[in-house]
Design a protein. Structure first.
Length: 165
């Protein structure tokens, strides 16, 4: 199974493509970057086009997207929600099944602790994928964590009797 993980944002949207089930391998990852000076509607369109391009070039079987975290900055959560909606539309346009995970779910699945910091998640992602590239940004490693979370959750459900996510 090939999964496209997306860490949505209106200035930086991380993406990660992984493949496999028992032995997962890194296919591609990176960050779509946009200037905060560009009007939001143009950035959202660019996110949509970028994700559609990733879907077209990598042909994932499913998409996993992180849900916005509403903490102190509600405005920021709304902006991330806009980017998430655009990612959902890109996946829907291609007819791909889409799963949604909270940041705590991703951290718990990947690192074993729902309140892990970004460095702990990054370390676990790199270990799981056997990656040695220390230049990957946090948006890319977060997206890889989202994709890994999806693959691991799906494999666990299959072992338990084929339940749905």
């Amino acid at each position: 199974m090939r999964v496209l993980g997306i860490d949505p944002g209106t200035v930086m949207t991380g993406y990660g493509v992984v493949e496999g089930s028992a032995n997962v391998r890194l296919v591609d990852c990176g960050t779509l970057r946009f200037s905060s000076r560009v009007p939001i509607e143009r950035r959202l369109w660019s996110i949509f086009e970028g994700i559609c391009g990733l879907i077209e070039s990598h042909q994932p079987d499913e998409v996993a997207i992180e849900e916005p975290f509403v903490g102190i900055n509600v405005r920021s959560a709304f902006m991330i929600g806009r980017a998430q909606a655009v990612a959902v539309l890109a996946a829907a346009r291609s007819g791909l099944p889409t799963a949604y995970y909270s940041p705590a779910e991703v951290k718990r699945q990947v690192s074993g602790y729902g309140r892990s910091d970004k460095d702990q998640v990054r370390t676990m992602v790199m270990l799981e994928l056997g990656a040695r590239d220390n230049t990957l940004g946090t948006d890319a490693t977060d997206a890889l964590a989202i994709a890994l979370c999806h693959i691991q959750r799906k494999a666990a459900l299959e072992r338990l009797g084929g339940g749905e996510l």
